[in-house]
Design a protein around this ligand. Structure first.
Ligand code: ADP
Ligand code: 5GP
Length: 199
């Protein structure tokens, strides 16, 4: 049975941003798997107009839809925030996030720097975490190693990465993803620390 305090507790919003290829998806998946039961963290699945990549699953990694469908949803106010990143639209589902927060569940949003800034303006106690790659050279190695984008697409992502890294100082925490295990420990500590804070 849940105590009254647990029933009244609103969930917290954790936002993770990182340049593409930094290891954000890898870390978020491990983080979600490593936190279960009462310590569970719920991941929000965004909607995007980007093409599905090799290895991705519809409804698990994203909801992949057409631009016309996205614009319709945006008009209907279905997104808590949305942004255009490298020519594709991405949006966070408003209804899902509100429902989870109201049920007292903490939610993890993996979104870009524009989206993080928009959410922080609306939800001032959202916790912003930036994942930093060890270097731009290592980022290029990871993007090349993932083999999911063309070399033209990789250079666009690297250019954007430099601009995004410059905005890391707007975040509450910056976590270096040098070794996955070390970064994961740091992320878990941040979540524990923030959960202990009084609203
Ligand atoms: P993002 O979601 O930020 O675009 P991914 O999680 O897809 O990045 O990671 C990009 C690539 O880098 C993947 O091939 C992943 O296995 C690899 N990777 C992630 N973290 C590390 C790390 N700490 N060291 C080496 N390779 C990593
Ligand atoms: P990718 O195409 O590599 O999966 O993601 C590209 C960028 O879009 C990443 O920075 C990712 O965090 C961001 N992104 C994913 N979903 C959303 C979303 O719902 N809103 C915003 N603003 N950015 C998102």
């Amino acid at each position: 049975m849940k105590s009254l305090r647990e029933k009244l507790r609103k969930g917290k919003l954790f936002i993770i941003s990182a340049p593409s290829g930094s290891g954000k998806t890898t870390l978020c998946q491990k983080l979600i798997l490593g936190l279960s039961g009462k310590r569970r963290l719920v991941s929000s699945i965004s909607t995007t107009t980007r093409k599905i990549r090799k290895g991705e699953t519809q409804g698990e990694d994203y909801f992949f839809i057409s631009q016309a469908q996205f614009l319709k949803k945006r008009r209907k106010g279905e997104f808590l925030e949305w942004a255009k990143v490298l020519g594709n639209f991405y949006g966070t589902p408003r209804e899902f996030v509100h429902r989870q927060i109201n049920c007292g569940r903490d939610v993890l949003l993996s979104i870009d720097v524009q989206g993080a800034r928009k959410i922080k303006r609306k939800v001032s106690d959202a916790i912003l975490i930036f994942i930093l790659p060890p270097s731009v050279e290592e980022l290029a190695r990871r993007l090349n190693g993932r083999s999911t984008e063309s070399s033209k697409e990789i250079s666009r992502r690297l250019k954007l990465a430099k601009r995004e890294i410059a905005r890391a100082r707007e975040y509450d925490y910056v976590v270096l993803n040098d070794k996955i295990s070390k970064a994961l420990v740091k992320l878990k500590k941040i979540i524990q620390l923030e959960r202990r804070k009084k609203p």
